[in-house]
Design a binder for this molecule. Structure first.
Ligand code: AMP
Length: 288
């Protein structure tokens, strides 16, 4: 498919997808905020591999940003994104303006309760309410058979899975591995904010995950001990300020003290002014 279509209105997107469904086509959907990197492309390739029709949304969703966060300066480059999407065979980019997504009088929100409380839920109040609301809306607009998300945003994926199960949404949620730079830094649109020195310090995020994996492989099951080592490594680098480093139950995302079942180490660190997140399920190979 080399004809990439751009759709900006909700109604046009809904009728486009309705026609596809009536024709028996399988639609896969990748919601994004744009400013693509290889991580985004890996999700689009998975969608391409598994469906007849691939829709990608580019929408910097205001309701998931706090008042002091980077909504207005979040990087945007539609032409570059469109060229990248086209290169991996995306069929449609849904690119709505705010007036389409949140018209005057808007007042309905989706709130997933427990799994959004810990981790980023503590430092970004309202963030996941914005994420689940916009994803619910996008699912109603695109009517996909499947939607592809990255495990880099582990808690987001957990919240979406929970919403889809709890509200009986009729689509499959697919989780994909975290795509990393050759030196291990998790790809993120926000990495463009980092200067050279900050970029070097940012490597302590993946470094601490690797260290945790090593300690875990050697038999360490005390979460606090692992977290202390990670803190030491990260604070030893300049420009870093830890928001959280936690080891949580991989399903409930509640803190664990003693690692027994499947656990995920998740961290959020400010490097200069840029807040970065990363995670790894203990016992898993660090995703590449
Ligand atoms: P964003 O544009 O940051 O909202 O991300 C859109 C989708 O891409 C989400 O499902 C993210 O989890 C996913 N994503 C972001 N970074 C990566 C990465 N490095 N590897 C894999 N998926 C990613």
């Amino acid at each position: 498919m080399d004809n990439l279509q751009v759709i900006e209105s909700v109604k046009a997107m809904q009728s486009h997808c309705e026609r596809l469904r009536l024709a028996g086509k399988k639609i896969s959907f990748v919601p994004t905020m744009g400013y693509f990197h290889e991580g985004h492309l890996s999700l689009m390739k998975e969608a391409r591999r598994t469906a007849d029709h691939v829709v990608v949304s580019i929408y910097v969703n205001p309701t998931q940003f706090g008042p002091k966060e980077d909504f207005s300066k979040y990087p945007r480059d539609f032409d570059r994104d469109a060229a990248m999407a086209k290169s991996v065979g995306v069929d449609v980019i849904f690119f709505p303006p705010n007036s389409e997504m949140y018209p005057e009088g808007y007042q309905t929100y989706v709130n997933v309760e427990k799994v959004t409380q810990n981790l980023c839920g503590l430092s970004r109040p309202g963030h996941f309410r914005g994420v689940t609301t916009v994803c619910c809306k996008l699912f109603n607009i695109v009517k996909p058979h499947s939607a592809v998300f990255g495990r880099k945003d582990y808690q987001q994926l957990a919240a979406i899975r929970r919403m889809v199960a709890d509200l009986n949404m009729d689509l499959e949620i697919v989780g994909m591995p975290t795509f990393r730079e050759p030196d291990g830094l998790a790809m993120s649109s926000r990495n463009v904010y980092l200067n050279k020195e900050e970029r070097a310090s940012a490597l302590t995020l993946v470094g601490s995950l690797k260290m945790a994996q090593k300690l875990y492989a050697e038999g360490e099951r005390n979460a606090v001990k692992i977290i202390r080592q990670a803190e030491k490594l990260i604070t030893s680098a300049p420009f870093t300020a830890i928001d959280y480093i936690k080891i949580c139950d991989a399903a409930t995302l509640e803190d664990v003290l003693e690692i027994k079942g499947e656990a995920v180490m998740a961290l959020a660190v400010k490097v200069g002014k840029t807040r970065l997140i990363d995670n790894s399920v203990l016992g898993d190979k660090l995703e590449a």
